[in-house]
Design a protein around this ligand. Structure first.
Ligand code: NAG
Ligand code: NAG
Ligand code: NAG
Ligand code: NAG
Ligand code: NAG
Ligand code: NAG
Ligand code: NAG
Ligand code: NAG
Ligand code: NAG
Ligand code: NAG
Ligand code: NAG
Ligand code: NAG
Length: 800
């Protein structure tokens, strides 16, 4: 680059940095489901104060009255009753809630009926509208107390405005987010301690908790709180484990003393701070947390939030989000820009960066030079396209996450599929960290990743049985190694066969560089799905009837197609033949060998017809529960298995249909509203799907391949590979003008509907779309590759 050009580029980059993209984030998208006022069926998102990949996600914890639909995974619910403000949350998780720990609750009264052991005696409805922005949250309780939150990566700042003279802050170390209906995966509190400093200004201690969605082992979290103004009174309390009380009367806690440690029977501990003599209505505190020690928790508080000026902490958070996240994708934000689309883009980026959590330096389990990350929920969700977007726009964090996955394998035996609270669990399908590693590897990510160990971690997944456990690895590996597929007596036999196939393809990809002699073995194993393909099985209750589906099969090799309807799967959960999707859907999920899939479905026309069918309203025959509320098509954009399906038309050179279907889904289901994502956001997996849609690209996981669709912005600059720029332009874009007419990549006319990583991601580049209102078949080139193409010949299921 000439010197002048370089300077101009620098100035442009600096100008880009200054745009406050954070103003376009709506932190409530996904906070509500289809039932107004309830989180059920919505995004299960966290709403509160957080930094990108922050350990602290500071927000309110709430209780929803109707327990059959209560969904409190993110702590926040639209109309729920507040029973605490706590430091740690997850965003977008299902299953049992995790965290909601290290809490405070502001109170205007502490006399009867208030009982610290019974949150229902002091919980509060909210009044007015909650306010949330990037790095900040505010709400008002019925008691008149206002709450304002701000956060750094390991600390939080909580500011209360009290309505009158009486001001109390209750700290309950035993507080956590319960599972409303109870059950085996609910969290529990095990142990705690809290001490108050001589001047009453500081409190420190720890809590130990376990359980939650991943059935996690106990972990201990240290905390260090400080008030701006010392309370006149401060005392600890302790009391009986409430679940042990059977006679209906909840006793009062024992109050008194400056330091209390839980007795070993689940004794609950906490503290009460009271201000009586001051006239100021404000009570402001800062709290640091650490998995290592009280000292570190205190240091985080002091170093990361050096000010009592709340707006400075909020500004610092916004700056961090703008520079580290939002400015990676720059579009025109001027007056002519469509505000809704700006909000959808930057909010999606926001939700994609709340998880996982960067716990580097905060790993209590082993000493390591490697970075440490937690809160992978779940790789089953994020492997499909979230990680590929991280690779583009967060290469450093992404490399660090992969190093951490490998380090978990080194020290605990297996890479996680889900992980939280420093413990692996649960695995819904395959060992999908294999896909993450392969996706990074084929795109050339090396950095400080030890690929010898990375490949060894994958081989462990592929070769060492976990004896049926769903904690990590592959729970049905024995079947897979014996038969090449999962027999019908194995749970999730069809969906796990599909996933193990891709996992083994992932191994073959990494083996190409790390251990070439393994390539053929894993490639062959990656065709296992073909062994479950019954070419004769018809669809049921469909017009027309489609033939050939993944079908349950016995160990003896006979298909069980008696009364088989591939469009149903009972509860479609752990014990079913397929997990959170029907065999009809899973029969499309073979990204490594679409060539064979098209062939098995009867060739291009019949593949196209079958695809068309699943997008028709009222075709679904399965009940999707909260994973598909309001969705009546077989295609379920509310859950991950089908994420790539709308783009499969690229494989038969009918790209315009991919554009048509994917854009229609995006427009129908992703909106700037509380019910603005079609279900549980799964740590941002739904959000990253939308970002790819808006970029006009879709990644093919475990391959260095991207499919072209159609962008939503006429000019967009994406920072890739750390400091390069990929510019995507769309000439002719309009409300009804979005079908691709032609494409140029790096100035060259492009006739294929796909490209590879090297083309524009490594050094940056340009993709120029010309769009129009008429659907046209513009592509002439080769269809996207099927590098996992395996012809099993006579060993496959014979076509009859
Ligand atoms: C709880 O929600 C379910 C589902 O909307 C509804 O059928 C039921 O009537 C509700 N129960 C109460 C007590 O509101
Ligand atoms: C609040 O109290 C209810 C009723 O005792 C209990 O089930 C729940 O776990 C408590 N919630 C929190 C967050 O402590
Ligand atoms: C409270 O007691 C514990 C255990 O004796 C001690 O480690 C801790 O430092 C004490 N905390 C304070 C604030 O004095
Ligand atoms: C109820 O149970 C609590 C806790 O076990 C006990 O302290 C209390 O005496 C009991 N009250 C009655 C009336 O039995
Ligand atoms: C509190 O009681 C519940 C229910 O009996 C139990 O699961 C939990 O382990 C107890 N907590 C402790 C720390 O003993
Ligand atoms: C509180 O306000 C009252 C009335 O304005 C005043 O008399 C009193 O001195 C104030 N107290 C403090 C501690 O500032
Ligand atoms: C993208 O980058 C180019 C080259 O620096 C610049 O001319 C253009 O204005 C940028 N577009 C946007 C939307 O930032
Ligand atoms: C702005 O974008 C939204 C979402 O794509 C779309 O529904 C709306 O029609 C657009 N508004 C205008 C004025 O183009
Ligand atoms: C990878 O890690 C292993 C130990 O786990 C070590 O023996 C090996 O030297 C490392 N390889 C590289 C290239 O650092
Ligand atoms: C075939 O599958 C059905 C469930 O769809 C099951 O009830 C039946 O036992 C299976 N038949 C055989 C022979 O395994
Ligand atoms: C981009 O970053 C790489 C790696 O840090 C560095 O070697 C290179 O000089 C940078 N290029 C530019 C144009 O800043
Ligand atoms: C079929 O299976 C046999 C025995 O397992 C094997 O030797 C042969 O290579 C396989 N053929 C094909 C085409 O995969």
């Amino acid at each position: 680059m000439a010197r002048l050009e370089y300077l101009i580029a620098l100035i442009a980059a600096a100008a880009a940095q200054q745009v406050d993209y954070a103003q376009f984030v709506n932190p409530f998208i996904g906070s509500e489901g289809p039932i107004p006022g309830y989180a059920y069926g919505g995004g299960d998102i966290f709403v509160g104060a957080a930094r990108p990949f922050g350990v602290v996600k500071l927000g309110i914890d709430s209780h929803e009255d109707n327990i059959t639909i209560a969904t409190i995974n993110g702590g926040y619910t639209p109309d729920g009753i507040v029973n605490g403000v706590s430091m740690m949350h997850e965003s977008g998780t299902g299953g049992c809630p995790k965290y909601g720990v290290v809490s405070q609750m502001p109170l205007t009264s502490v006399v009867a009926p208030v009982n610290f052991l019974d949150n229902t005696t002091y919980w509060q409805k909210r009044v007015g509208e909650d306010q949330a922005g990037v790095g900040s949250f505010a709400t008002k309780l019925e008691s008149g107390i206002g709450i304002e939150l701000a956060a750094s990566k390991h600390a939080g700042s909580i500011k209360y405005e009290f309505p009158g003279q009486e001001k109390h802050v209750l700290v309950d170390v035993s507080h956590f987010l319960p599972e409303p209906i109870g059950g085996h995966c609910t969290q529990y509190y095990l142990d705690g301690q809290i001490g108050i400093s001589d001047d009453n200004k500081r409190y420190t201690g720890y809590g130990t908790y376990a359980g939650g969605f991943n059935l996690g082992a106990p972990y201990t979290l240290y905390f260090c709180g400080e008030f701006e103004t010392a309370p006149e009174e401060a005392e600890t309390w302790h009391g009986l484990n409430i679940s042990r009380i059977t006679n209906g009367t909840i006793p009062q806690p024992t109050i008194g003393g400056k330091n209390v440690t839980a007795k070993p029977d689940g004794d609950r501990v906490g503290a009460l701070f009271s201000w009586t003599g001051t006239n100021s209505s404000t009570v402001h505190s800062k709290i640091g947390i650490s998995f290592i020690s009280v000292d570190k928790a205190c240091k985080f508080k002091d170093d990361e939030i050096p000010t009592w000026n709340q707006s400075e902490t909020v500004s610092a958070a916004k700056d961090e989000w703008n520079s580290d996240v939002f400015s990676k994708i720059r579009v025109d934000t001027g007056e002519k820009a469509n505000q809704t689309e700006l909000i959808l883009l930057y909010s999606s980026l926001y939700f994609m960066h709340l998880m996982p959590s960067d716990r580097t330096g905060e790993n209590p389990l082993w000493e390591s030079e490697e970075p440490s990350w937690d809160d992978f929920y779940c790789i089953w969700d994020t492997f499909r396209n979230t990680i590929s977007l991280s690779h583009l726009i967060q290469p450093e964090a992404y490399e660090s996450q992969i190093r951490s996955l490998i380090d978990i394998y080194r020290h605990q035996g297996y890479m996680p599929d889900g992980r939280s609270g420093n413990d692996n669990g649960l695995t819904q399908g395959g060992s999908d960290a294999d896909n993450v590693l392969a996706d990074a590897y084929v795109k050339g990510l090396r950095g400080a990743i030890n690929w010898t160990d990375g490949y060894a971690a994958m081989v462990k997944d592929a070769e060492v049985s976990t004896n049926g456990s769903n904690k990590e690895g592959r729970g049905a590996l024995d079947d897979w190694l014996t038969y090449g597929y999962l027999t019908q007596i194995s749970e999730r036999s069809i969906s796990r066969t599909v996933e193990y196939s891709l996992n083994d393809f992932a191994l073959s990809q990494v083996a190409r560089g790390e251990r070439p002699e393994d390539v053929n073995k894993y490639l062959r194993r990656s065709a296992g799905w073909q062994l479950l393909w019954d070419h004769d099985v018809p669809s049921v209750n469909t017009t027309p009837i489609f033939k050939g589906f993944l079908t349950p099969k016995s160990a003896a090799g006979t298909f069980n197609s008696t009364d088989y309807n591939p469009a149903t799967c009972g509860v479609c959960s752990w014990p079913s033949i397929t997990y959170e999707g029907t065999p009809f859907e899973y029969s499309f999920v073979i990204p490594h060998d679409v060539e064979t899939l098209v062939d098995f479905m009867g060739g291009e026309d019949s593949f196209s017809n079958r695809l068309d069918y699943i997008f028709l309203p009222n075709t679904s025959q399965a009940s999707l529960g909260p994973n598909g509320l309001g969705i009546t098509t077989i295609m379920n954009i509310g859950n991950e298995p089908d994420f790539a399906t709308p783009y499969l038309y690229n494989y038969i050179n009918k790209q315009w249909k991919s554009v048509n279907q994917s854009r229609a889904l995006a427009r129908q289901f992703f909106r700037n509203e509380p019910f603005g994502v079609p279900g549980n956001s799964d740590s941002g997996a739904l959000n990253s799907w939308l970002i790819w849609q808006m970029l006009g690209l879709y990644p093919v996981v475990t391959q260095p391949v991207y499919l072209l669709s159609s962008p939503w912005f006429s000019d967009l600059n994406l920072t890739v590979n750390g400091n390069r720029t990929l510019r995507i332009t769309a000439d002719g874009l309009g409300a009804d003008s979005y079908y691709v007419q032609s494409v140029k990549i790096n100035g060259e006319v492009w006739e294929k509907n796909w490209f590879v990583h090297e083309d524009v991601i490594v050094e940056g580049g340009t993709i120029e779309f010309v769009l129009g209102a008429d659907p046209v078949v513009w592509e002439k080139g080769r269809v996207p590759p099927s590098p996992g193409h395996v012809d099993l010949g006579g060993n496959g299921t014979a076509r009859r």
